[in-house]
Design a protein around this ligand. Structure first.
Ligand code: PRX
Length: 682
């Protein structure tokens, strides 16, 4: 469990920035010592307006901003008076500065070459990429800034032709193809907000998000490749459309080439729609606080929250933090590979928006880490001479399990920096990553942040911060992070408390779409005047942060965030289930697995057993997506409740973890329930 993973009180190994890293930095890293970090951090906190004003002036503005910050807790307005465009700063700016022919995005597809050579998608490959793909035996594409400019302009014009206007929300439900990045940027180009839904989510999850955002247009693919099979994205959209009446148009990218029904008037092939569009389209001037995107994430209730991020603050913070955390230098040999999907915030911030303004090629891949074989990532690193590799602890634990032979087959000497994100990393996985992948020469940046924070809030800086396995170390510039009690009082070293941020920062969420009260209740009410992240944490004597895990009903499964209530609602939607309680449990690979305690309705009790267990897992996958499948389902005659009727989740967590029930059970309504829970078969 995360608490155990990151308890780390006895962790004493300290790794200063390696000589090899410092030598490879060309001139010098952006931040070259802990003293330099401290001085800059102090300035960023004492004079946020001076600090962020300077950073923001490094961006291209159509109209300069007139004020840096207007803060009326919980509402922040950053860079008011200015207009800019996020796509311009990612793409056009590079073209205008004479870098149009440099590579912006490198892409590796599945299932590879030559199968792609004969597919419907082949037309997307340039002739040099065809030759390269044939040589590598993998489908490879290189997209330059100029290419991105033309393709985003074409799609932007196509969206306009369907009536999309500034302020509309366009839903994207696609696989990891470059066109997903193009679609994101095309929306930004015309000032439409995007709402990307992870391609692993099922139709009901699409319905909820489309309805909440009132999207009229969905962009999807005929399918996505994953482990040699096709994920039926278009079929899921068709199913979702029956429950989402707001949808008027569906744009379909032909990726796999398999047959999908197209509904006349509603469905349009991407290639047909863009073919007739001009390859120029001026970037729409957007006010700093105009909505850039919505991204739905799980919270404590069954309904996902549409997190709102705005144009200037988000773009500037992600570009700045990417530059600092990954020590990016344009025009060098750097190649950056983040293994996340653009459907999550990591992909938004650190594949697209944070990377492109830094003019370092960003590599995206389609498929799975273990297909065609468990060395997929190492093969990519070797062939593309990847210098920066950013992944989740759950993936690292899987690599460890698959064995050292896979990385050993490849030349990983190009790697200079490693990163992790999404959940606490256990020191054992950290050490394996450090030795086996990093060759003991690459700094590891354990980046702590959230969908809501937009970008990194606590992380080492590779040229400055000595790292300690399991700790995300020190706050990012401008982030006034602290550990406090519920009265907002800062706690002494090593005392566990609430992780809060006491001052506004540019990429902070601007709200939950359509739910002001939930925004206030979730983040701003527990400790007045402070942003409460929802994580428990402590700070050690050095001032380093150790994240202990979520303190709400959110669980972190393989670094993906799920609400226990979402899974519970999916379970009770099954005819056999009357009540369900879902909790996290320790899981060797996923960090946290999903444990479900289920009571069956009359007439179904006889069905308790493996067949129904499997049926319920499939049912949850169909309602939410495969990531939400419970790892363990226990059938029980009753759930333990307090006298006021609340399910005693902590008690269930203990049972799921196989621990002795330690907590006080005096409020338990019916003691026989506990005995029954223990008795029920696994
Ligand atoms: O619990 C923390 C955990 O992931 C949560 C945020 O999830 P999400 O919004 O999906 O964003 C994940 C990718 C940024 C946090 O509240 N978390 C994220 N990074 C770390 C982490 N826990 C410990 N260490 C991290 N580096």
């Amino acid at each position: 469990m995360s608490q155990e993973i990151s308890s780390g009180l006895s962790e004493s190994r300290v790794f200063p920035p390696s000589e090899a890293f410092l030598r490879g930095c060309g001139d010098r890293p952006h931040v070259a010592s802990l003293d330099e970090y401290r001085a800059l951090w102090t300035r960023s906190i004492q004079d946020p307006e001076g600090f962020w004003g300077e950073v923001a002036r490094g961006f291209d503005w159509f109209t300069p901003f007139t004020s840096v910050l207007d803060w009326q807790c919980p509402d922040a307005r950053w860079f008011d008076g200015g207009t800019l465009n996020a796509c311009h700063n990612c793409v056009d700016r590079q073209v205008n500065a004479g870098h149009g022919d440099e590579v912006a995005i490198i892409w590796e597809g599945e299932p590879g070459w030559p199968s792609d050579a004969s597919s419907a998608y082949a037309a997307a490959f340039s002739s040099s990429d065809r030759a390269l793909s044939a040589r590598h035996g993998h489908a490879v594409r290189h997209l330059t800034y100029r290419h991105l400019q033309e393709e985003t302009a074409r799609l932007a014009n196509a969206l306009r032709s369907l009536g999309v206007r500034k302020g509309d929300v366009v839903t994207l439900y696609m696989g990891m193809v470059p066109e997903l990045a193009i679609a994101v940027l095309a929306c930004a180009r015309i000032g439409a907000a995007h709402s990307v839904i992870f391609g692993g989510f099922a139709a009901p999850a699409i319905i909820d998000r489309v309805a909440d955002a009132q999207s009229r247009v969905i962009i999807t693919c005929d399918g996505a490749w994953r482990r040699g099979a096709i994920v039926p994205l278009k079929a899921n959209v068709d199913e979702a459309c029956t429950g989402a009446p707001s949808v008027e148009h569906v744009i379909v990218l032909r990726r796999t080439g398999h047959d999908v029904p197209m509904r006349a008037g509603r469905d349009h092939w991407w290639h047909e729609l863009v073919a007739s569009q001009p390859s120029t389209c001026a970037c729409e001037p957007m006010a700093s606080e105009d909505l850039l995107f919505l991204l739905y994430t799980s919270g404590s209730t069954g309904k996902p929250k549409g997190i709102r991020h705005t144009t200037a603050g988000y773009s500037i913070f992600t570009a700045f933090t990417a530059r600092m955390t990954f020590d990016l230098h344009p025009g060098t040999e750097q190649v950056y590979f983040c293994t996340a999907d653009i459907g999550w915030i990591t992909g938004h911030s650190y594949i697209v928006y944070g990377l492109l303004p830094n003019r370092v090629p960003t590599l995206m891949y389609e498929g799975a880490p273990n297909a065609p074989a468990e060395d997929r990532f190492w093969s990519i690193v070797e062939r593309h001479r990847v210098t920066h590799f950013y992944t989740a602890p759950t993936a690292i634990r899987a690599f460890m399990k698959w064995g050292d032979a896979h990385p050993a087959k490849h030349d990983l000497s190009s790697l200079r920096l490693l990163g992790t994100v999404g959940e606490p990393i256990n020191p054992e996985a950290w050490m394996w990553y450090h030795r086996t992948i990093g060759g003991e020469r690459c700094p590891i940046v354990d980046t702590m942040w959230q969908t809501e924070t937009g970008g990194h809030i606590i992380t080492p800086l590779p040229g400055a911060t000595p790292t300690v396995p399991g700790s995300c170390t020190l706050p990012m510039f401008g982030i006034d992070a602290a550990i406090v009690n519920e009265r907002g009082e800062e706690l002494p070293a090593n005392a566990g408390g609430l992780l809060v941020i006491r001052k506004p920062w540019p990429a902070m969420l601007r709200g939950i779409h359509g739910d002001r009260q939930r925004f206030i209740d979730t983040y701003w009410s527990k400790v007045p005047g402070m942003y409460v992240a929802g994580d428990g944490a402590r700070r050690d004597e050095r001032g380093y942060f150790w994240i202990m895990g979520r303190i709400d009903d959110v669980i972190n499964v393989s670094g993906h965030r799920l609400g226990t209530m979402e899974v519970e609602s999916a379970l009770v939607a099954h005819e056999a289930v009357v009540e369900a309680a879902v909790v996290g449990m320790p899981h060797e690979i996923k960090g946290t697995g999903i444990a479900a305690f289920v009571t069956l309705g009359p007439g179904h009790t006889g069905r308790a057993g493996d067949a129904l267990r499997k049926e319920l897992q499939e049912h949850v996958a169909h309602e939410i997506g495969a990531i939400a499948k419970p790892d363990m389902i226990r059938f029980t005659q009753a759930l333990p409740k307090t006298r006021s009727g609340k399910i005693m989740r902590r008690l269930l967590r203990d049972i799921a973890a196989g621990n002795e029930v330690r907590q006080d059970t005096t409020t338990l309504e019916d003691f026989t329930v506990l005995a029954k829970l223990r008795e029920t078969e696994e």
